[in-house]
Design a binder for this molecule. Structure first.
Ligand SMILES: O=C(O)CCC(=O)C(=O)O
Length: 276
């Protein structure tokens, strides 16, 4: 791997891995994605307006775990992230899926995954794998370098009038800025990265990066994206605020396993498939 790619990920918190997956690997990812849509887990949310607007989001579906653990063993991400981070070991955490169809809206609100997941350290990455060619304006957007900036509160994702509605609240973490509103007033208000992608390309981002966007429109009416999450040697447990009934210090995924970890512990568990 070229040093400039490592440097981009380290400094910017995101980079495009061009032609990362071959046709066969991509077909296996697509099969796993389609299976996950057809077999939703306990964290799934979906919307269908009865005509054409449809969205599905699911996260760490326990029904899909064995299938996805087997899939990632056949993909090149262990080797890629070991090299990208300079980590001796790489583990697979879990997946998230995003289906957006109907050609209107459906931007993902800006957020940092680390407002929802008890994670700290440099060796974390989401591999964002979309199955359609995406113009830049329909692709994921990432605020450059924000993985090293402020840890904001999350958004509830539940208030269309306020995309910054705090997840944890009580003023524990700073409220998210309204990035879309600020950019509407000044397009240069944030240094935002995004790339047009072709099937086989993978956008990889540090999950603490502020990211969002990737809506659909008439020219790009549909997007199916499989996100696979990985971590390495410099990944630790960082408890979340524990101040409201919706969230615990361990987050909402693999909570029993997470309860065994103390602040600053290496993020390890036999539950997560070691790839390298
Ligand atoms: O694809 C999207 O709309 C959002 C992606 C995302 O939030 C993530 O990869 O963590």
């Amino acid at each position: 791997m070229n040093e400039s790619v490592r440097e981009a990920f380290r400094n910017d918190g995101a980079t495009l891995l061009k032609d990362c997956l071959d046709e066969g690997q991509l077909a296996q990812c697509r099969e796993a994605f389609d299976w996950a849509v057809a077999n939703p887990g306990p964290h799934a949310s979906s919307m269908f307006d009865g005509s054409e607007q449809r969205s599905v989001v699911d996260n760490a579906n326990p029904l899909a775990k064995d299938r996805l653990d087997a899939l990632v063993s056949r993909l090149p991400f262990g080797r890629i992230f070991a090299d990208l981070w300079g980590s001796e070991h790489v583990w697979y955490f879990a997946e998230e899926i995003f289906l957006k169809a109907g050609g209107r809206g459906a931007r993902s609100s800006w957020h940092q995954d680390t407002a929802y997941l008890p994670w700290a350290g440099e060796h974390w990455a989401n591999a964002w794998i979309s199955f359609q060619p995406l113009p830049q304006r329909n692709s994921l957007e990432i605020v450059r370098g924000s993985h090293h900036g402020i840890q904001y509160d999350g958004t509830t994702f539940a208030n269309p009038d306020d995309p910054t509605e705090p997840l944890h609240g009580h003023g524990i973490l700073p409220r998210l800025p309204n990035i879309d509103a600020e950019r509407a007033a000044d397009p240069d208000a944030y240094d935002v990265l995004s790339w047009a992608t072709e099937p086989g390309d993978v956008v990889t981002l540090h999950p603490r990066s502020l990211h969002g966007g990737a809506g659909v429109d008439a020219a790009c009416p549909e997007r199916h994206t499989l996100v696979l999450r990985f971590f390495g040697d410099d990944a630790t447990f960082r408890p979340l605020p524990d101040v409201n009934e919706h969230y615990a210090r361990n987050g909402v995924l693999f909570t029993e396993e997470m309860a065994k970890l103390n602040p600053g512990d290496p993020f390890r568990s036999p539950l997560f498939r070691q790839l390298v």
